[in-house]
Ligand binder design. Structure first.
Ligand code: NAP
Ligand code: MG
Length: 486
């Protein structure tokens, strides 16, 4: 028998917007090359907008091929001296960067939210603290590289090009830069077109930390800048996080050139709920798995697999819980679901959701009033989904969950693995042995048990199959930035 929740208490949240008057953003940001902000060779500047209001925040330089070349030259010139520093000294720079991120945490969180549309609660409590944690973690590795590599003698690869997406702009920059620098590489980072600002603030932080010139360059721009970086001679490695389609292009471009590559790509991760799970706890995990960051998460639990015996009960609980999500102003500290990152991404979500309806799945979207300007999508639940539907196969990268059901453990494993991706999975069960058995049978880089979207700099993250290769985080995250010498 179910007990009625105490929903009769009528109250609401008062607005709780985070202030923005403490920000000191420049009217224009140049490229960051050779330790200084500079004009792009072709003098091209583009606005970066707030997707919650469509207002311009500031202007940012876009790099061209000449700028890419200059960045590579300065990175090449700086690399031998950077690698030759005593390991502990290199580590100290990373410690300084981590401390400066902490010092400027509030500003970074607000800018991340303005530029990308994610709720402040997330940028403040997840993105920025984790970015600092990654620098702290790899600062500690800088003088212990051998121990991370089973006591072999290792050396830096040289100059690395790093391309990141817009869903976790500063955090992805930290995932890329911290291990690369700890290992003695110099790096050129290309932030995403829609979210360049926190990477540029990180450039200021590199200056404040007195990082030697040329060790880090930051080149904002569109996909063409990323492509120019990939095509340029003079790089020893490319590290890419983004879509499988672009990852494939990069791999083709680099084939036979002797340039190392790691790819962190898309996913369609299964979140599996067994009948013996604590269902209320599972509901929180499902919500966190798919509505965190509007579902713009590569490892989002976008395929919800529910054991048939608890299917209806769990869907009822989930739907009730979804009705309580607060959607709106990302700067409001009470907001759960913010703005969709761009008009382009909103269109992609709408197309796939329309396909779900056309193919016969049952759609429910939370009834909520959405702001008039900006890009928004109400949290959405699809039931009666068949494994062949596009919404069961393709990455939506939005606040949309597709529900499938299963009867037995074997069927759960088969359905979970029936994907061209293999990034992450969640298992909800009260039985430890079952969790381990299922986890061992899943082809997924990360498997969470009774939790979801839990990140830690000490844990390796990465995919199988079309989700890419190479690992970031922990000692495994050193390997892609080192070569074994002896
Ligand atoms: P995307 O289009 O592949 O873009 C990723 C980055 O690559 C951006 O900086 C982009 O620049 C740049 N880029 C675009 N075309 C390029 C080209 N031809 N050559 C080189 N670089 C190019 O991906 P997205 O749509 O921005 O991001 C969403 C995807 O990233 C999803 O599929 C998601 O699953 C994946 N992702 C994976 C992980 C992971 O760790 N596995 C983490 C986060 C996201 P522009 O911004 O200018 O287009
Ligand atoms: Mg933006």
């Amino acid at each position: 028998m179910s007990v009625e929740p105490r929903a009769s208490i009528v109250w609401d949240y008062a607005p709780s917007p985070e202030a923005t008057d403490h920000l000191r953003l420049s009217e224009r940001y140049g490229l960051f090359i050779d330790g200084a902000f500079c004009e792009p060779a072709q003098a091209r500047y583009e606005p970066t907008i707030n997707p919650a209001t469509e207002e311009t925040i500031t202007e940012v330089a876009w790099a061209g091929p000449q700028d890419v070349q200059r960045a590579i030259e300065t990175a090449r010139a700086a690399q031998p001296r950077w690698a030759a520093l005593p390991d502990r000294e290199r580590g100290k720079y990373l410690f300084r960067i981590a401390r400066l991120i902490q010092e400027r945490a509030r500003e970074l969180a607000v800018v991340e939210t303005l530029d990308g549309g994610k709720p402040l609660r997330e940028s403040r409590d997840v993105d920025i603290p984790l970015a600092a944690a990654h620098f702290f973690h790899y600062a500690g590795w800088a003088d212990k590289l051998r121990y991370g590599m089973v006591a072999r003698d290792v050396a830096a690869l040289g100059v690395v090009g790093q391309i990141v997406p817009w869903n976790f702009p500063l955090l992805m920059a930290a995932w890329k830069l911290a291990p690369a620098l700890a290992c003695g590489n110099t790096a050129i980072l290309k932030p995403a077109e829609t979210t360049p600002l926190t990477a540029l603030l990180l450039a200021e932080i590199c200056q404040e930390a007195e990082l030697p010139a040329g060790v880090v360059s930051i080149l904002p721009g569109d996909g063409a800048v990323g492509a120019a970086l990939v095509r340029s001679p003079g790089l020893d490695k490319i590290a890419f996080t983004g879509s499988t389609a672009v990852g494939r292009e990069i791999q083709t471009e680099l084939a036979g050139r002797g340039v190392e590559l790691t790819l962190e790509l898309g996913g369609k991760s299964a979140n599996i709920v067994f009948e013996d799970a604590a269902l209320d706890q599972a509901v929180e995990g499902i919500v966190n798995g798919i509505f965190f960051n509007q579902g713009h998460v590569c490892c989002a639990g976008s395929r919800l697999l529910i054991q048939e015996s608890v299917h209806d009960e769990l869907i009822a609980k989930l739907w009730t819980r979804m009705g309580r999500l607060r959607i709106g102003d990302p700067l409001d500290k009470n907001t759960d679901v913010g703005a969709i990152n761009s008009a382009e991404q909103l269109e992609r979500i709408e197309t796939l959701v329309a396909a779900g309806e056309e193919e016969g799945a049952t759609r429910r979207s939370v009834a909520c009033s959405l702001p008039e300007r900006g890009y928004w999508f109400a949290p959405t639940l699809f039931t009666e989904v068949s494994p062949a539907h596009r919404i069961a196969e393709e990455e939506i990268f939005g606040p949309v969950v597709s529900v499938l059901s299963f009867r037995t453990q074997a069927e759960a494993i088969e359905k979970a693995n029936n994907s061209r991706y293999g990034l992450a999975a969640g298992i909800w069960t009260d039985k430890g042995a079952k969790a381990f058995e299922v986890a061992a049978a899943l082809r997924a880089g990360v498997v969470w048990q009774n939790t979801y979207n839990h990140f830690d700099p000490t844990a390796a993250f990465g995919g199988y199959k079309e989700s890419g290769f190479g690992r970031e985080g922990g000692s495994a995250g050193l390997r892609p930035y080192l070569k074994v010498v002896r």
